[in-house]
Design a protein around this ligand. Structure first.
Ligand SMILES: Nc1ncnc2c1ncn2[C@@H]1O[C@H](COP(=O)(O)OP(=O)(O)OP(=O)(O)O)[C@@H](O)[C@H]1O
Ligand SMILES: C[C@@](O)(CCOP(=O)(O)OP(=O)(O)O)CC(=O)O
Length: 385
């Protein structure tokens, strides 16, 4: 029996300029370009192992220990593209094993809640595509591979790079120019940190895909957003990253989160992702920035109520001081010497912590990594971990 295997890890990314709207649903082509920060895999990551053998009977995926369907059009599109690239290599070099014709066994684990608005689909599809690209020894660069991950989940294309990443929407109908590119590596601005307040890790109400479709079909504000707001913001945000200008970056990040949730509300029927707790957190961040007289913290919310608060290392004592004042009772403080945090005198509803289940403290991080750690046995079954 012939057996080949490879494993890769991939990070979560949280957009600071949101992707919301598709111009082509099957190719996952967006109506606007977007920007994100890749988060450290020490805290949030997917590990995916893939194996192929001439004896496997079917493609199988085990996600977090359970068999998961591989029949979705999106996953099929990713596997078909990867096999096509491998088949091209085999066509030019007949000595290569015919991996493109064999079935795949895939074992994947997320070290954080799946489908809870923490971008599991982004890390998941990025890890899947990178692991198979390694297995097939594909020569394509990460931007090329990002076009395949994009077909799995739009935001996944941005998880192909570390640091600061843009997804250029492109304008070709076949999507060949709709790809992720690096804006700047982690080393350019390594002091960017993120505090994630997990407001709910239940599965969310309106999935991103259907939410976007409703918005594109019904919101007038959305037209304004994609034509008049995002194009200039995309350039300004890239510049703020190049300049390491947190004041500009933070303001644009908060404005874009608000703009995205405004078009959700303007959809018909309206889509609500922010909860009362999310709104109270927004208010706290504005109060902190007002008290400082400048922007030192910036919130952003995806298609769910969880708050991601970006800040720079040099302001950690103040930003975490505020968060600790209100959320000291929730788990997630083990990495911090809380006695050293600044006392920040900003009041909020005394029960605000009850809406939050945990805190994840993380920072900007690297892109996908090949790893020798494997989740799959020689017989192609998940290894118990
Ligand atoms: N490790 C993985 N490997 C393959 N697919 C995955 C993996 N993790 C998640 N997915 C896919 O992504 C789906 C979850 O995507 P969904 O968009 O609902 O949630 P999310 O990505 O956590 O939230 P959001 O996109 O709003 O941040 C899962 O049901 C699964 O199909
Ligand atoms: C609000 C967002 O997080 C939406 C992400 O949407 P998805 O990438 O999950 O959508 P699909 O392409 O349909 O899989 C904003 C963002 O990440 O840019």
């Amino acid at each position: 029996m012939s057996f080949y295997t490879a494993s890769a890890t991939a990070p979560v990314n949280i957009a600071t300029l949101k992707y919301w709207g598709k111009r082509d649903k099957s190719l996952n082509l967006p109506t606007n370009s977007s920007i994100s920060v890749t988060l450290s895999q020490d805290d949030l990551r997917t590990l995916t192992s893939v194996a192929t053998s001439d004896e496997y009977k079917e493609d199988i995926l085990w996600l977090n220990g359970k068999p998961e369907s591989l029949t979705s059009e999106r996953t099929k599109a990713c596997l078909a593209d990867l096999r096509k690239l491998r088949a091209e290599m085999e066509g030019t070099d007949p000595s290569l094993p015919q991996l493109s014709k064999w079935k795949l066994h895939i074992v994947s684990e997320n070290n954080f809640p799946t489908a809870a608005g923490l971008a599991s689909s982004a890390a998941g599809f990025a890890a899947l595509v990178v692991a198979i690209a390694k297995l097939f020894k594909l020569p394509q660069d990460m931007s090329e591979i990002s076009k395949i991950a994009r077909k799995g989940s739009g935001s996944a294309c941005r998880s192909l790079f570390g640091g600061y990443v843009a997804w250029e929407m492109g304008d070709l109908e076949n999507g060949e120019d709709s790809k992720a590119v690096e804006v700047a590596p982690v080393s350019h601005w390594p002091t960017m940190k993120a505090a994630i307040l997990v407001v709910s890790d239940d599965k969310k109400d309106t999935p991103s895909t259907s939410g976007m479709q409703t918005t594109v079909a019904t919101s007038d504000l959305f037209e304004h957003r994609i034509k008049n707001v995002v194009p200039a913001r995309f350039e300004e945000m890239k510049k703020s990253i190049h300049d390491k200008n947190f004041e500009v970056f933070g303001k644009l990040t908060m404005q874009d989160s608000n703009s995205f949730h405004a078009v959700c509300l303007d959809s018909y029927p309206p889509i609500f992702y922010l909860t009362d707790t999310s709104k109270k957190i927004i208010k706290l961040v504005h109060q902190l920035n007002d008290a400082e007289g400048k922007i030192i913290a910036a919130y952003t919310f995806d298609a769910g109520p969880n708050a991601v608060i970006y800040y720079e290392q040099q302001n950690e004592s103040k930003v975490l001081g505020l968060i600790h004042k209100h959320f000291s009772l929730i788990p997630g403080w083990d990495k911090v010497d809380t006695s050293k945090l600044e006392t920040v005198d900003i009041a909020a509803d005394e029960n605000i912590h009850k809406g939050v289940s945990k805190l994840i403290l993380t920072l900007v991080g690297l892109g996908p990594q090949e790893t020798s750690e494997s989740l799959i046995s020689k017989t192609g079954e998940p290894l118990s971990t």
